[in-house]
Design a protein around this ligand. Sequence first.
Ligand SMILES: C[S@@+](CC[C@H](N)C(=O)[O-])C[C@H]1O[C@@H](n2cnc3c(N)ncnc32)[C@H](O)[C@@H]1O
Length: 246
Amino acid sequence: MTETKRITEMNDEEIKEEVRKTYAKVAQPTGSCCGPSTRSNYAKTLGYSVDDLPESVTESFAGCGNPTALASLKEGEIVLDLGSGAGLDVFMAAHQVGKTGHVIGVDMTPAMIEKAKENAEKLGVTNVEFRFGDIEELPVENDSVDVIISNCVINLAPDKSKVFREAFRVLRPGGRMLVSDIVLEASLPQETRDEVASYTGCLGGAILKEEYLQKIRDAGFTDVHIVSEAAFNIATSAKIEAFKPK
Ligand SMILES: C[S@@+](CC[C@H](N)C(=O)[O-])C[C@H]1O[C@@H](n2cnc3c(N)ncnc32)[C@H](O)[C@@H]1O
């Protein structure tokens, strides 16, 4: 019998490949015949208005919060979504920033990027774009974005400090970041940290809340604070805001 490798024995590229495999599956249509999929209903419980959206936009939703509900987006702003999946938050943001604004989604899973592009076409939304890439090396210019959002993604990145340094680089001075993510109240048991499914399921790669906030500060952000949080046992779904100084 072949033993599955532990995530803690893998290098960063191997970990990312496991994440990609998982989310390529999540990108597959659910073929829900009889009403909204479980993920669409889940999005509703987080406050998303999804009734008028095609099932293909919501069936692959895998967030742990609703960042655009908290980001106070304004008409004309340029927004970047780290790990945009099938595009739900990008489309929410696109509506809020209007025709004079622009929203970029970045994701490293080709099936998600493809699905998000198809969804944009289906919705006829033109102020959005989806770029294939790694949030540890953002395909985005320096100082070019007003607001960064992200929904349950950074916990999946092996090098979170790199993600926050990249976020800082692409934000314009005075720009802000509002991320929803899983953080920990206490360290996970070793067997949970070893499991591939636990990592790709947004728990195993999560780090302690204070460590997460410190990594954001270390990247140069100021006024780093928790906007709201909901604890589920050892893990917390936290909404965190931070600013790039002017
Ligand atoms: C849990 S899903 C969340 C997707 C989306 N934000 C949502 O709320 O539905 C995680 C997404 O992040 C992407 N992702 C994970 N690590 C990434 C990385 N290092 N760079 C770019 N995308 C990444 C995955 O491909 C997947 O689409």
